[in-house]
Design a protein around this ligand. Structure first.
Ligand code: UT7
Length: 346
């Protein structure tokens, strides 16, 4: 997309600049000890193998759209605006299979008639959504876009499955992106993104979509839950995140040793460590919140940004490298220089 050196690769248009950041987590905390009461696992295993101590779980009446509204309102307050030109909602857990959740979120946010649509790109969905917003801004289709990542992962997770239940959590984060010059602090840098549909089954919900309609009445209950080949996904996550992050930094004109903060999708603490090691970015520059919120899929990156901004990890002028990976398979990485005067709302 753009180069932070100031030259624009696309030759026209403005760049998306970060002006607002918000997050919302459901209040209910579920510690590992609670999971141990219903499956064969242990607090020690989950901490050591995934890096999670507890996750937040939405109450049954709270859905993705509700959390998206909370995070979106906070991001708009953070940006000091009550209006946007478009709303992009990244989620793997929309309120319904049809219609998209974004128009309802826009309605609830008091944004009548704005274009609003969902993006599904696994745990990379938020970075994909920001890239789409950047394109809308560059094309002149919008000047200010609200991008939300929101998930009710507990709606897809079998609460008794030790392969998935310890990993995932619920929550939402959001940003406001506004048209600005490519050299501005907060401007999104070049994106490196991709997908590999040959591994579509590696993280998937077998039932509920068009492909399973011929056997709708015969689908076993567990087919409505997410299934993951964890080991295999782990290996691809490390490889793709490392390569995409490395290339995004290079395309921004940054040496890896210049990166002040690596914001990595919180898939598994060990994945983040291996990726950071591969990039030779010291652990002190790699914020993490997986211990408290788990893997929140498309909500993970904005939740981590809000966490790091609020708790002092992100400072104005910091060179921030962002990378995500998830089902699809799909991955994405980009860069930005952290802007001054941005107060996250949580
Ligand atoms: O968000 C983006 C997409 N998702 C990811 O990127 C997640 C990627 N994958 C992972 O995070 C990890 O693969 C998991 C957390 C899912 C699994 O961790 P692992 O270290 O890859 O475990 P494993 O599947 O290799 O299993 C190791 C052992 C096995 O026992 P044996 O065969 O060595 O005796 C498993 O049966 O750990 C056992 N195990 C468990 N033990 C206690 C697997 N899950 C659990 C568990 N509690 N929850």
């Amino acid at each position: 997309m753009t180069s932070t050196a100031g030259a624009t690769e696309r030759g026209r248009g403005a760049t998306a600049v970060l002006t607002g950041l918000g997050a919302w987590l459901p209040p209910r905390r579920v510690p590992n000890s609670e999971l141990c009461t219903r499956m064969d696992t242990s607090d020690q295993w989950i901490r050591e193998r995934i890096g999670i101590a507890e996750r937040r779980i939405a109450e049954p009446h709270v859905a993705t759209g509700d959390m998206a509204v909370e995070a979106g309102a906070r991001a708009m307050a953070s940006a000091g605006t009550a209006t946007v030109d478009a709303l992009v909602l990244a989620s793997n857990t929309p309120d319904r299979l049809c219609p998209a959740t974004a128009p309802w979120v826009a309605h609830r946010l008091g944004l009548p008639a704005v274009p609003a649509f969902d993006v599904m790109a696994g745990c990379s969905g938020f970075v994909y959504g920001c890239t789409v917003a950047d394109g809308l801004i560059a094309a002149g289709a919008a000047r200010r876009v609200l991008v939300i990542g929101a998930e009710t992962m507990t709606s897809l997770v079998n609460p008794d499955d030790r392969n998935t239940a310890p990993i995932f959590g619920d929550g939402a984060g959001a940003v406001v992106l506004e048209a600005g010059p490519p050299h501005a602090e907060g401007a999104l840098g070049p994106v490196v993104w991709g997908s590999d549909g040959s591994l579509a089954d590696a993280i998937a919900v077998p039932a509920g979509g068009a492909r399973g309609r011929h056997r709708r009445d015969r689908a076993a209950p567990e087919e409505h839950f997410v299934h993951m080949r964890g080991n295999e996904v782990f290996r691809h996550a490390v490889r793709r995140m490392t390569a995409a992050a490395r290339e995004a930094a290079a395309r921004a004109g940054w040496e890896l040793h210049e990166v002040d903060r690596l914001i990595a999708h919180q898939a598994n603490g060990r994945i983040t460590s291996v990726v950071a090691d591969g990039l030779e970015i010291p652990a002190a520059r790699v914020p993490s919140n997986i211990g408290e919120v788990g893997n929140t899929a498309a909500a993970s990156v904005p939740l981590l940004l809000a966490h790091a901004a609020d708790e002092g990890g992100l400072k104005p002028g910091h060179k921030v490298l962002v990378v995500a990976f998830g089902s699809g398979l799909a991955w994405a990485a980009t860069t930005l220089v952290w802007p001054a005067g941005l107060a996250a709302r949580r």
